[in-house]
Design a protein around this ligand. Structure first.
Ligand code: HEC
Ligand code: HEC
Ligand code: HEC
Length: 136
């Protein structure tokens, strides 16, 4: 005969452990939705394309810029989506002029999405201010 009490106790312990794993995964920091730094807080009103396009396709635009600049020598500046500003077609001097922190902007999303673009092997990332202090 099975010991009904023990089986039930075992089942209860299993359930508690299983649920705590689920609970841990739901609250673990790694799964928090990324909150990239908002360039609007620095006074910029728009990105170089519509925001939705930038969210999904910024890597496509970057490749396009790279090809135009390197292969076709087209270095003319581009307008922001709302026409408020002209910016350089450049990762370092264009994108990072407004998105001034690679860590607080690009990296927050990329860590979440587990992608590690190799661009920074060659391109310079902005100097990150050390904790609490302004970089000069
Ligand atoms: C003139 C300043 C400026 C430049 C240059 C610029 N951005 Fe933006 N970007 C912004 C602003 C402002 C927003 C937020 C727009 C909004 O809230 O609708 C934004 C939004 C984004 C977003 C969406 C962020 C989110 O929170 O979902 C991505 C991704 C992005 N930019 C990447 C880039 C890349 C890559 C480049 C270079 C190819 C670039 N940006 C160039 C100002 C800029
Ligand atoms: C709103 C979130 C978000 C922000 C902000 C963001 N990215 Fe991305 N990026 C992604 C996601 C998600 C992917 C992966 C997309 C995929 O795999 O289709 C990606 C992929 C890329 C890729 C292609 C890498 C690969 O291995 O496929 C490049 C290059 C890139 N991002 C550059 C940048 C740069 C430079 C910045 C900062 C100026 C930036 N991204 C900011 C979300 C973001
Ligand atoms: C092996 C080194 C190397 C790597 C890795 C690299 N680049 Fe470049 N990139 C260059 C060089 C060199 C130029 C030419 C700079 C110039 O003539 O202004 C350039 C130019 C560019 C330009 C146009 C000019 C500028 O100042 O930004 C863009 C945009 C660009 N790269 C994007 C990317 C992106 C996005 C990645 C990652 C997916 C990447 N690059 C990875 C070396 C590299």
């Amino acid at each position: 005969m099975y010991d009904k009490g023990k089986v039930l106790l075992g089942l209860a312990i299993f359930l508690v452990l299983a649920l705590s794993v689920v609970g841990y995964n739901m609250t673990a920091g790694d799964n928090k939705k990324p909150e990239p730094e908002d360039a609007k807080l620095k006074g910029y009103t728009a990105c170089v394309k519509k925001t939705d396009y930038m969210k999904s396709s910024h890597m496509v635009l970057l490749n396009q810029w790279r090809d135009e600049v390197i292969r076709e020598g087209k270095r003319e500046m581009v307008e922001t989506a709302d026409g408020s500003l002209m910016v350089e077609k450049s990762l370092q001097n264009g994108c990072m002029k407004c998105h001034t922190s690679k860590v607080k902007f690009c990296d927050t999303c990329h860590q979440y999405a587990s992608v590690k673009p190799y661009c920074w092997d060659c391109h310079l990332a902005p100097v990150e201010p050390t904790d609490g202090k302004e970089a000069h």
